[in-house]
Design a protein around this ligand. Structure first.
Ligand code: KG4
Ligand code: ZN
Length: 324
């Protein structure tokens, strides 16, 4: 079964064709991110205007890259929620119209659950994947808008077991990068910079929230702000060390709660998704801690960590098929 996925929840306009829920035949993403950079965050009105202008071309590109035409598609999948309302509306209206015109089913998918599904996808250039994740699993979604832990028993049963009480992990990266004048989005810059400061010599600590699987990152952001104010006065301020110490703190918190979630659920598999799943320090630390405990861990290939439509088409296939 070939599903055309459409995703327009934030700044991106994305389309992809996925075969049988795992094989990504094509995926295309157009982003208006550069236009938002000067504002330090996404401007919804700009995002939805660009999506309206580009959606038809993006879908055509994805079909072209897969070497298919619309009549060879079996179903349409689209992001239902959550996201910017104007942006979601562009994708949903387009997908609705396509489904109606073609007489093919429309499958609506939750964006956050799809982020976790990304770990199941196989990119065309990747070839066969030996080892696929198996459910049940602990799911960690870390993106610009969400930091949540899920107990994923089936593709139709994602149960939230922990979430952020304030900032999402990606949001914290973006805000701290702004504080440090590193630009937007902050995650990739901090990730790169932190590699040059493996021993930052500063320690920030996130709120522990003992026993709970919830996260809290706003305190770390404030700690970075105070540290910056103090040290700038003392003229002893290294942006790289602060960025590395901040990242280290966020990674420690994410790793600790994810491993705790495995203990509480008894699940022996972890799947990770969302933009922050691209973070090299998180990938390394979580892999090390999971492997030490005999827990299997799966991250998406880098292009499928960020918002994309392949994850939407992939999860749609599982939701559409029986017995999931
Ligand atoms: O999943 P995503 O593309 O969009 C949302 O659904 O929010 O995530 C975007 C977020 C941004 O906050 C960005 O700073 C963060 O993911 N991000 C990273 C990295 N790459 C992207 N955070 C840390 N390290 C990275 N390498
Ligand atoms: Zn996302």
């Amino acid at each position: 079964m070939r599903i055309l996925g459409i995703e327009t929840s934030c700044d991106e306009t994305a389309a992809a064709v996925v075969e049988n829920g795992v094989e990504v035949l094509s995926h295309t993403v157009a982003s208006s991110l550069a236009e938002h950079e000067k504002y330090g965050g996404i401007i919804p009105e700009i995002a939805s205007r660009r999506q309206l202008e580009s959606i038809q071309a993006v879908v055509a590109l994805a079909l072209d890259a897969a070497g298919l035409n619309l009549s060879q598609i079996d179903a349409i999948a689209v992001t239902r929620e959550p996201g910017l309302i104007g942006s979601l509306l562009v994708g949903i209206s387009f997908a609705n119209a396509l489904s109606f015109a073609l007489g093919k089913p429309l499958i609506r998918v939750n964006h956050i659950e799809a982020h976790l599904y990304a770990a199941f996808l196989i990119a065309k250039e990747q070839g066969r994947k030996e080892d696929m994740p198996r459910l049940p699993a602990v799911g960690l979604v870390v993106s610009g808008g969400h930091s949540s832990l899920f107990a994923v028993e089936r593709f139709k049963k994602f149960r939230i077991i922990g979430q952020t009480r304030d900032d999402a992990a990606g949001e914290a990266f973006d805000k701290v990068a702004r504080l440090l004048n590193l630009g937007y989005p902050g995650g990739p810059v901090i990730d790169r910079l932190a590699r040059e400061f493996p021993q930052p010599g500063i320690t920030f600590t996130a709120a522990k929230l003992p026993g709970s699987l919830d996260f809290s990152f706003s305190g770390v952001k404030t700690a970075v702000l105070y540290y910056k104010r103090q040290k700038e006065r003392d003229a002893g301020f290294s942006v790289g060390s602060v960025a590395a110490a901040f990242q280290d703190c966020v990674v420690r918190s994410l790793v600790e709660k994810t491993i705790l979630a495995c203990g509480q659920t008894g699940f022996q598999t972890i799947i990770v998704g969302g933009g922050v799943a691209a973070n090299s320090a998180l990938r390394a630390a979580l892999t090390r801690e999971a492997q030490q405990r005999g827990i299997k861990i799966y991250f998406p290939a880098l292009p499928f960590c960020m918002d994309n439509a392949a994850m939407i088409a992939g999860l749609a296939h599982r939701l559409y098929s029986a017995n999931n």
